[in-house]
Design a protein around this ligand. Sequence first.
Ligand code: AMP
Length: 545
Amino acid sequence: MLGLMQDRPLLISSLLTHAETYHRENTIVSAPCEGGIVRSSWGETALRARQGAQALARLGVNPGDRVATLAWNTHRHLELYFAVPGMGAVLHTVNPRLFAEQLDYILNHGAAGVLAFDLPFLDLVDSLAPKLTHLRHKVVLTDAAHMPDGRDDLLCYETLLAAESGDLVWPAFDERTASGLCYTSGTTGDPKGVLYSHRSTVLHAFLCCQADGLHLSRADSTLLAVPLFHVNAWGIPYASAMCGAKVVLPGPKLDGQSLYELARAEECTFSLGVPTVWIGLFKYLEDAGIDPALLPFQRLLIGGSAAPRALLQRFHDAGIHAFQAWGMSETSPVATVATLLPHHRELPRDQQIDVLARQGRAMFGVELRIVGEDGADLPHDGSVTGELMVRGPWVTSGYYGGVGGDVLDGEGWFATGDVARIDSEGFVTLTDRSKDVIKSGGEWISSIELENAALGHPAVEAAAVVGVAHERWQERPLMLVIRKPGGSATAQDILDFLAGKVVGWWLPDDVVFVDNLPLTATGKLDKKVLRKQYINHLITAETGA
Ligand code: AMP
């Protein structure tokens, strides 16, 4: 027998309508690329999102079509977060830090007919456009006064909005309809698109607003230091609409000084971002002789890479409750959150920070297990490590366009490529990564592509690239090379050779020559052994220790 409750679809537009109705006046602050500060509200965001949806429809965007963005965190990008899915289309946020071939691939694969971008990306868009076979309209996210002269191939976002009434009733449709598309390079092979739905997005927003989740509420003023092109800015835009929180969008400026000044000016209570951003913030405070206690935050979420314990400690010393969460593009992204349990409250602060330095516990809706190489379950005893498997209503069921084939096992579990242990209370601690990629400052570097590029050098017999610890970027690539007999290439020769073949920030921080490379029982490179052996290579090299 079915229950007799209303079956109302969970739609992103309903989040915005709620914010407009109950939090109309609460502020959205934005530092757009053209400079200055723009203050708007949830009420204005809702109106402008409706105008945006009307403008996109006028450009020929239909339900199901992708609309791509190459843009920083601004009010205009936030409006598109609601306008595009609200009309039943799919917001395809693209990371402008990727290099040209990846951007080509991702944009062509997503096949958006409309690309909306910030003015500083004009040259990039001009270089990409001839290869983007589906692209029909290029919309610059700016006003008429800042539009480039003599470019009648470009449309102005503000002009498009000004032509619309905003008189639109958001359409109702199936909550499983696709809402957002985000490509991840955190796996082997071509980047893969994770296709979120309205349902997964709204459920994930509930999680963000839970007290033991990210504790987001109407009382927060959130500095969004994670880009809108990184997994839906970790879901915060949608969660902020759900609870009506104030949102502060720093635009292109993610340096320590800009973040500090904006956070102070807007009395930000909460912020979130990758460790590199916070390391930059503390460096600025130190250089400028500013007491970290002046930071206005009450809570601070570190994610995207392992939060260094020392960083958590610095925030806590400043009276800020910093904590860690784990997730991935494929999990929308938040899956686990480190929160103190009642019995941890009795512990000295040092030990509390140990708890918060773990990746955290599964939030309701997320199921976790660890498995051995044979796929068998391993105990949650805090000592055994295995591959972390995840299942839940905001976890991917497959990549866009079927790329990568079937990604779930027979029981619906997704293999994360992260290696972890889980203790008896359910706390996850990540210990390694089985996927062959390196995460530097929150962005992916493919070790396989670096190895393949190095193999093109005449003196290289074998090459292995592993991610090793780095104080600022958490991980940087280190290349280990076996020279061909008689080969005499130096580390600099190899780096010079790679320079033209990969983007600059991918270049290994060092090249070390070795006589052999460790292999697993099945004859594959044993990167676990290499990572262990070289983990401190760059740290000791930099400190001269
Ligand atoms: P992405 O899909 O780009 O969001 O990257 C997800 C990956 O980042 C995960 O599979 C982990 O390898 C890594 N990651 C994310 N959060 C954490 C964390 N708190 N600690 C360690 N690694 C993390």
